[in-house]
Design a protein around this ligand. Structure first.
Ligand SMILES: O=C(O)CCC(=O)N[C@@H](CCC(=O)O)C(=O)O
Ligand SMILES: [Zn+2]
Length: 332
């Protein structure tokens, strides 16, 4: 296969569906789903996904560059990898989604909507990742899932990670990797959700994170130098090379409330320029939806992903508090 992204955008199956380099075997499993296995004993099982939202192109370009180097035999591979371009139809259209946001449909939530391409795609991605996680290998392998996205708005932290609810402590080497990838902040969910990373963590005990790399822009207009540390950390992870030197430890935030758009009356009291991680004081009215009103409850809360245009019933924003960095450091 010449190019994973171009192949996926073409909508055609490749003529050659499997191959080998001096370091690995690869197999095309389905549109936008490619499995790679090192010729030696793998150390980890790693799902790398991007393009779950079709307008979030920077991470798609980064993933495709790395997969290209692996397929051309220019890079070693240490882990079993499932590379995924999540929503090919939305990528072709340059839109977040066509009918339904795929990243709200995991964990069987695709069954709650009408049959459509995106419901089928969420099921296909669940099947492919489940089969990948459950494949037998000689050694038990740590499972990681990195789902690469970009935010719709500008952010006070250009690069950050969003980690699903996890009753287990996160492995130290996973947090170290996220730090080396240049993330300025980590956001910890406190409730389950329909995201791909929650699916992998809750059902297969994978250490997983949604990486948010900059702001959504069309293909070819991204400044990938902003994400050089993330790309280097991904290359180092794949090839087993040492990680790039980490800069500062990321700031840590915890979700304290979700703003949900329940009806057509929903009004968000933030303007289109409000950036992610903007702080609001206690008592500030954030949104109204008929009788329901959302206020800042803690001394200071930070907004994440404010979006008044989501479908009814979906999250229109998250409110965060910052964790005490010292307490966190002591508890690790
Ligand atoms: O900028 C936005 O409003 C959304 C960016 C985005 O797609 N974020 C992910 C986060 C998933 C998570 O909570 O882990 C999403 O909304 O699906
Ligand atoms: Zn996204």
């Amino acid at each position: 296969m010449q190019d994973f992204l171009q192949q996926t955008l073409s909508g055609d199956a490749p003529q050659r569906q499997r191959g080998e380099t001096p370091y690995l075997r690869w197999q095309w499993l389905d549109h936008g789903i490619l499995q790679l296995e090192p010729l030696g004993e793998p150390q980890q099982a790693l799902v790398l996904s991007a393009g779950i939202h079709g307008n979030e192109t920077a991470p798609v370009e980064i993933l495709n560059t790395l997969i290209g180097a692996l397929l051309r035999g220019e890079m070693q591979l240490r882990h079993r990898v499932l590379a995924i371009l999540g929503n090919p139809a939305a990528l072709r259209a340059g839109k977040r989604y066509l009918r339904h946001d795929v990243n709200r449909l995991f964990g069987g939530r695709w069954q709650r909507i009408d049959d459509c391409d995106e419901a089928r795609r969420a099921l296909r991605l669940e099947q492919a990742t489940e089969a990948f996680w459950l494949q037998e290998t000689r050694e038990v392998q740590p499972r990681w899932h990195l789902d690469l996205h970009t935010a719709i708005r500008g952010s006070w932290h250009t690069r950050f990670g969003v980690l699903p609810l996890n009753p287990q402590p996160w492995p130290d080497n996973f947090i170290d990797w996220l730090t080396a990838a240049g993330l300025e902040a980590l956001v910890f969910h406190t409730a389950p959700g329909g995201t791909f990373t929650h699916f992998s963590c809750a059902n297969f005990n994978a250490a997983s994170c949604t990486l948010e790399l900059g702001k959504a822009l069309p293909f070819g207009t991204n400044d990938l130098t902003q994400f050089a540390a993330a790309q280097q950390a991904l290359a180092a992870l794949l090839s087993g090379e040492p990680l790039p030197e980490a800069q500062e430890a990321p700031r840590r935030y915890r979700v304290v409330q979700q703003i949900t758009r329940l009806s057509e009356q929903f009004r968000l009291h933030m303007d289109a320029e409000t950036r992610n991680f903007t702080a609001f004081p206690q008592g500030a009215l954030l949104a109204e939806d008929g009788e329901t009103r959302y206020f800042v409850q803690q001394a200071r809360e930070y907004v994440l992903f404010p979006n008044p245009g989501v479908a009814l019933g979906l999250r229109a924003g998250l409110m965060l508090v910052e964790e005490n960095a010292q307490t966190e450091a002591l508890s690790r």
